[in-house]
Design a protein around this ligand. Structure first.
Ligand SMILES: NC(=O)c1ccc[n+]([C@@H]2O[C@H](COP(=O)([O-])OP(=O)(O)OC[C@H]3O[C@@H](n4cnc5c(N)ncnc54)[C@H](O)[C@@H]3O)[C@@H](O)[C@H]2O)c1
Length: 318
């Protein structure tokens, strides 16, 4: 099996047409990111309904050819997105989903492998770092072709919270969450900038308070945002859909970007054989490079805690 990076048909397969998969299909359609989108799910009727509903929107707001299909439609895709699997219930952690969703992932990967010809595989289902590691192992493709959305959503929430604090739009804030898409996420405060200026300097110039309590409050709100939304509406799907849209655009339309996504590390920060998020260059070949940025010592310690905890979970998975 080989991964060829022939770009041409702008075809995407989405495995799992639940809240997350359908929202991704809708976002990709609205933004005209893909030309062809195939939705694949064990519940064919629901999938057909979702495809028809999105497809029947007004043509000027998206012209993708969207349909409910089969695993054989995974052939010749530029991108295959995996969202199949159960979501968290209120009070559950993402790690609590491990056994159930690893089993579902195994059957999904076995089915994809029968028809896979090329393209990037993007894992969204949780726990995303564990599932990314297993999908990478089972697909046997070059490093980075299989990767997970990881901390892109957490980073987006982080930027939103900082933007709200400084009273600016999110576009001028640059900052990343690294480590686990879960409780062991690490905000890289030492690298956060506002309009290219380190945040501490910016706040000082603007006479805005900036201290440990404010940082801890933003970090805590970022970390607990997923659970909070699940408590309020039982699921999260719009936020991740727009994050995936950005990643899909970088892959399908060759517009490389930088995002904190999860891939199997090959010695970066002295770590290997575990999938976790670091800021990475994402383009037509998936994760094309992981950025080796320097972090403050407590940030590095937090990242190593995530490594240990994810390794412990991985060792319990077949
Ligand atoms: N990475 C992130 O940032 C992020 C954000 C939100 C949700 N999620 C995760 O995404 C996953 C999906 O969430 P959701 O809200 O869409 O759940 P959902 O229950 O609405 O949808 C899951 C879908 O998977 C399908 N499915 C189950 N087994 C399958 C199989 N073997 N083959 C094909 N399809 C199968 C189901 O029929 C269902 O339609 C969950 O694991 C959730 O935790 C991840």
């Amino acid at each position: 099996m080989s991964a060829k990076y022939v770009i041409g048909n702008r075809k995407v397969a989405i495995i799992g047409a639940g809240y997350v998969g359908s929202s991704i299909a809708y976002a990709l359609t609205l933004r005209d990111v893909a030309r062809e989108i195939v939705l694949i799910d064990i519940n064919h009727d629901k999938t057909d309904g979702e495809a028809k509903d999105i497809r029947h929107g007004i043509q000027s707001m998206g012209t993708a050819d969207l349909y409910a299909g089969e695993y054989s439609d995974c052939a010749d895709c530029d991108l295959i997105i995996i969202t199949a699997g159960r979501g968290r219930l209120p009070g559950e952690s993402r790690i609590d989903l491990t056994n159930e969703n690893v089993k579902i992932l195994r059957s999904v990967i076995d089915s994809i492998k029968q028809y896979y010809t090329r393209g990037v595989i993007l894992v969204i289902s949780n726990p995303v770092d564990i599932l990314t590691f297993k999908a990478n192992e089972w697909m046997g493709l070059p490093n980075g072709v299989v990767f997970g959305s990881g901390c892109i959503l957490d980073s987006s929430r982080f930027v939103r919270c900082i933007a709200d604090y400084v009273g600016l739009s999110t576009g001028v804030i640059n900052g990343y969450i690294v480590g686990e898409h879960g409780d062991d996420q690490v905000p890289v405060w030492s690298r956060v900038t506002v309009g290219g200026i380190p945040i501490e300097e910016y706040c000082k110039d603007m006479n805005l308070d900036w201290n440990k309590d404010i940082r801890e409050d933003i970090a805590k709100r970022t970390r607990s945002m997923g659970s909070e939304i699940i408590r309020e509406k039982a699921r999260t799907h719009y936020g991740i859909a727009t994050c995936v849209c950005q990643l899909a655009d970088s892959i399908i339309n060759q517009r490389p970007t930088i995002a904190s996504v999860s891939s199997v590390l090959l010695g970066e920060h002295g770590v290997r054989d575990v999938a976790l998020s670091v800021p990475s260059v994402v383009g037509p070949a998936g994760v094309q490079q992981r950025i080796r940025e320097r972090w403050a010592s407590e940030e590095t310690r937090g990242f190593f805690d995530a490594v240990e905890n994810i390794r412990a979970v991985l060792s319990s998975v077949n």
